[in-house]
Design a binder for this molecule. Structure first.
Ligand code: NAD
Ligand code: USQ
Length: 383
């Protein structure tokens, strides 16, 4: 089967492209390389030295014998997208190609607009391209657990059955996201569901939690295949940031009380979830929703886990509660369902001492690349 991985030069996309190639799929990578440009604009860099996308793909072919097609361009450019569809003829699309940082989207009006135009227009173009070229093509779209926010009731997988004034219906789960980035994913979900209902397309919306880790079976095979690992205050995410902070003796940056609970998964499970979603496509006319995470943790607990893992390695780790730059509940109920992917056969890699050890060691190895000035958060939700 031919799978086009959009955003295939990014953190989740690169690992997924190689994993799918390894599993025998014919893989194409589409990427505008805009993420490398945003890093340059902000003056930040991944902890790991990543090769150019051309060198990465060349090296993969050398080690595996598998060819990956490369399409460099922007999915908000419909002509480029149509040309890619005609050329590659994908049977499934995995869509990672969005601006994915909440702080980036909250820098100012320009960054909020850029995020929503890039994400919403890109996804809308994909829906039109599928309709025009191959309505049977399965769209596997990365959403986010942050679409739901932190409601005081259990979070279902995409839909909730409600009884109201004696009548009953199953409706999209209410969304209360916490940034203009997370909102862009809500807008995408609505557009995808409408396109499925109206044109009979098939889609899977994967509401993914925060991803951690760096090594996957495939990206670990050669230094040139190494994945990105962000630690800066804009693109770095909670657990990855904590391990990298620990490696250089920087106090762990817990925002507020750290009672914020989020869902998490290992990048080795991200690639496997995508494989499972592609292998069993959604029905025509349906947008099915999977909550893609394996465990729930409070930020405070994560910080203590990293502190403990550091002690075992002889690294003294301090945990610091700093003023929360975001507007979010710091103590709240959070209970989300995640049975759909488990039912399809996902066998989770739960967060373990071994993983924390390996991530900490990885961070120590590349610690001379860390720019201390990029660690503290600079973007504030209230400006
Ligand atoms: P990333 O920034 O590392 O990669 C995204 C890639 O998409 C980049 O290479 C970028 O150049 C490309 N891209 C962006 N806009 C594009 C466009 N208009 N046309 C073509 N290419 C474009 O991000 P990531 O961490 O790999 O996240 C991938 C997806 O997974 C995102 O949609 C994100 O919202 C979602 N997600 C990520 C996480 C996480 O913890 N990293 C968690 C949940 C969901
Ligand atoms: N946080 C800290 N300290 C830090 C960084 C983050 O306390 O140094 C807190 C934040 O305040 C927040 C939580 O940790 O409460 C998660 O923040 P994050 O930066 O790790 O993740 P988030 O902004 O939610 O975004 C990331 C990805 C995004 C994805 C999302 C999944 O960047 O693409 O959609 O995780 S989820 O969180 O489930 O919505």
């Amino acid at each position: 089967m031919k799978v086009l991985v959009i955003g295939g030069d990014g953190y989740c996309g690169w690992a997924t492209a190689l994993h799918l190639a390894n599993k025998g799929y014919e893989v194409g990578v589409l990427d505008s390389l805009i993420r490398r440009h945003w890093d340059n604009e902000l003056g930040v860099a991944t902890l790991t030295p990543i090769a150019s996308i051309q060198d990465r793909i060349y090296k993969w072919q050398a080690v595996s014998g598998q060819k990956i097609d490369l399409f460099i361009g922007d999915i908000t450019n419909y002509e480029f997208l149509q040309k890619t569809f005609r050329n590659f003829e994908p049977e499934a699309l995995v869509h990672f190609g969005e601006q994915r940082s909440a702080p980036f989207s909250m820098i100012d009006r320009e960054h909020a607009v850029l995020t929503q135009v890039n994400n919403v227009v890109g996804t809308l173009n994909l829906l039109y391209a599928i309709k025009e070229h191959n309505p049977d093509c399965h769209l596997v779209k990365l959403g986010t657990m942050g679409e739901y926010g932190t409601p005081n009731i259990d979070i279902e997988e995409g839909y909730i059955t409600i009884e109201h004034n004696g009548r009953k219906d199953t409706l999209p789960y209410p969304k209360q996201p916490g940034s203009f980035y997370h909102l862009s994913k809500v807008h995408d979900s609505h557009n995808i569901q409408f396109a499925c209902r109206t044109w009979g397309l098939r889609a899977t919306d994967l509401n993914q939690g925060v991803v951690y880790g760096v090594l996957t079976e495939e990206t670990g095979t050669d230094e040139l295949l190494i994945n990105r690992l962000d630690y800066d205050g804009v693109f770095g995410t909670a657990l990855n940031r904590f391990c990298i902070q620990a490696a250089i003796g920087h106090p762990l940056t817990v925002y507020g009380t750290g009672g914020q609970t989020r869902s998490f998964l290992d990048i080795r499970d991200t690639v496997r979830c995508i494989e499972l979603a592609i292998a069993t496509p959604a029905e025509s006319g349906k947008m099915r929703v999977f909550n893609q995470f394996t465990e729930l943790f409070s930020i405070r607990d994560l910080a203590y886990m990293v502190q403990k893992a550091g002690q075992t390695l002889g690294i003294k780790v301090e945990v610091q509660n700093i003023d929360n730059p975001r507007v979010e509940l710091e103590e709240h109920y959070f209970n989300a369902k995640n049975t759909n992917l488990l039912d399809l056969g996902l066998q989770p890699h739960f967060l373990s001492d071994a993983l924390l050890d390996s991530l900490l060691n990885f961070a120590v190895r590349y610690s001379d690349r860390i720019d201390q000035k990029q660690i503290l958060p600079k973007v504030k939700w209230r400006g």
